[in-house]
Design a protein around this ligand. Structure first.
Ligand SMILES: Cc1cc2nc3c(=O)[nH]c(=O)nc-3n(C[C@H](O)[C@H](O)[C@H](O)COP(=O)(O)OP(=O)(O)OC[C@H]3O[C@@H](n4cnc5c(N)ncnc54)[C@H](O)[C@@H]3O)c2cc1C
Length: 501
């Protein structure tokens, strides 16, 4: 017989698994309910046609635009969540990202606490996720109290060549902080890791770094294929009951604490669907902010091609630059971050250019280097998740798009100047909600935010939301390390305030 859990964590992605790892040593009974299953080692993990052309791993899920148009989002449901597919760039928000930042279109508001508050937790998260990196290369880098435990993943020769061209051009390329054991990865598969599924091949993801350790504790359990459908409140406003579906049956649980970590879209959808007579707008939603302020980076793939350049790399993704992060370089507003993409092959290109023969795309990719340009999307109340019964409606009101186009133009111009006469760019759209965030934000004032600074719902004292939802801003860097750091901070708070004897 299993004991009744004291704590239920909904979702085993970056937020949920990091919470489990930090709470495990408390001895309290913890149950993780995960909608998906384990991603196993199978041939398709290494097969770029299966992954990119056939959509083998894409969930058969449909979301809708506000006008009713359906689309299939690249949002993954498995143990470890989206981190099983991520590029493992584990980077801190810049110090300035915690302050008010004026963009070409709108203001990125200040966080309810400064960078220094999260700094120790960033250090702990970097240790937990065994981040490889190098300090002192990026002028926009915030202060670190601890160095990285491992040296950076080395550039492959054709990537080192482009890094040195950018350096000579006066830019400041820096080694991306990465959660990847490159020797282990390359010994098992000769592919990039970005957007590739991970079983146990050296990627530092939420399952391999946080969940597997948590599950070594006898007080921590995981139930897979367990999808939470509703939260119910008691007389005192606390979450009294969790309803979930498993193997076609409905189950219920009544833990002391509920940690919602289903991802920024699904967590908001669950709170909205859990509306009841006392909370007609959905749970934790007196501020009417649940589901609003949906952000997803403005991002584009940028391919730089030269007949005289030969890209012999396998993984490619080792450096980025932030020279236009805080300003456009001429005293104008911020533009964003540039980093390498995982190496793009003909098989990957074919997914977006199905009419072009794969051999030709392979030829192009042999002469191309692939970048990812990323700009901040600022919070906007009409950018929102809504629900209509079982349907999820995503009304993404992109902001700051012109700044993103300016970043792409700047990048194109630089790449032409360093020897790539042809530069092509393609934006990522709503089917790629990889950096979704902001839908249940933290704040100081319950009138404007559903969660307090420790991710506790102002209205339900035993409910915490610890996933990308809590992020009050998207910044222009990859989100996962910030989610993990806040999870460690929240877990520490819960141990002291809620689980102390
Ligand atoms: C291709 C790709 C590349 C990326 N690259 C990077 C990168 O390089 N660096 C970076 O920082 N970020 C990257 N990201 C984003 C990163 O993966 C996410 O920001 C991060 O995983 C979000 O963590 P989370 O806890 O909010 O949600 P997730 O990690 O998505 O976890 C949510 C979990 O909840 C489960 N769940 C959902 N609904 C329910 C329910 N009703 N009941 C039970 N369980 C439920 C899901 O199955 C999932 O396991 C990438 C994402 C993708 C898709």
């Amino acid at each position: 017989m299993h004991k009744i859990p004291d704590v239920v964590i909904i979702g085993s992605g970056m937020g949920g698994s990091t919470m489990a790892s930090a709470l495990a040593s408390s001895g309290t009974e913890i149950l993780i309910l995960e909608a998906g299953d384990h991603l196993i080692d199978r041939p398709e993990n290494k097969d770029q046609r299966a992954i990119f052309q056939e959509g083998y791993f894409r969930p058969k899920e449909t979301w809708f635009e506000a006008n009713g148009e359906p689309f299939n989002p690249g949002n993954y449901y498995n143990v470890g969540g989206n981190s099983k597919f991520y590029g493992a760039v584990l980077v801190r928000y810049r110090k300035e990202d915690f302050e008010e930042l004026h963009h070409a279109e709108g203001v990125s508001p200040a966080w309810p606490f400064p960078y220094e508050e999260l700094e120790p937790w960033y250090s702990k998260a970097e240790q937990l996720y065994a981040v490889r990196g190098s300090l002192g290369e990026d002028p926009s880098e915030p202060a670190h109290s601890r160095p990285y435990a491992f040296p950076p993943v080395p550039d492959e020769a054709s990537i080192a060549d482009v890094r040195s061209r950018l350096l000579s051009h006066g830019l400041h390329p820096y080694s991306l902080p990465l959660g990847i054991d490159i020797d282990q990865w390359m010994s098992k598969r000769k592919t990039p890791w970005d957007a590739h599924p991970h079983a146990n091949d050296g990627k530092m993801d939420a399952e391999t770094c946080a969940l597997q350790d948590a599950l070594k504790h006898p007080n921590v359990r995981l139930q897979t294929n367990a999808r939470v459908t509703r939260l119910m409140t008691g007389q005192d406003g606390r979450i009294e009951t969790i309803l979930y579906q498993q193997e076609g049956k409905e189950h219920s649980l009544s833990p002391k604490l509920v940690i919602l970590s289903a991802g920024a879209v699904q967590s908001a959808a669950l709170l909205l669907r859990s509306a009841n007579a006392r909370y007609p707008n959905g749970l934790a939603n007196r501020s009417d902010q649940v589901g609003r302020n949906f952000m997803n980076h403005n991002s584009s793939a940028v391919l730089a091609i030269s007949p005289t350049y030969r890209n012999t790399s396998i993984y490619q993704k080792t450096f980025g630059f932030n020279d236009f992060y805080l300003s456009d370089g001429n005293g104008g507003p911020p533009l964003g971050n540039v980093q390498l993409l995982g190496r793009v092959s003909g098989k990957i290109l074919k997914a977006s250019m199905p009419l072009v023969p794969e051999w030709l795309l392979n030829q192009i990719s042999h002469h191309a280097i692939d970048f990812y340009a990323m700009s901040e999307d600022v919070p906007h109340p009409e950018s929102r998740i809504m629900v209509d019964g079982d349907r999820i409606i995503l009304q993404w009101h992109r902001t700051n798009w012109d700044a993103h186009l300016a970043l792409v133009e700047k990048l194109k111009s630089i790449l032409r100047q360093i020897g790539f006469p042809i530069v092509l760019a393609k934006p990522f759209d709503k089917r790629t909600p990889s950096h979704q965030c902001g839908t249940i934000r933290i704040g100081l004032d319950p009138a404007y935010a559903p969660l307090d600074v420790y991710c506790r719902a102002f209205e339900h004292s035993n409910l915490f939301v610890v996933d990308a939802s809590f992020l009050p801003t998207s910044a222009a860097v990859n989100p996962a390390l910030t989610i993990a750091s806040q999870a460690l901070r929240v877990a520490d708070h819960i141990m002291k305030k809620d689980l102390a004897a």
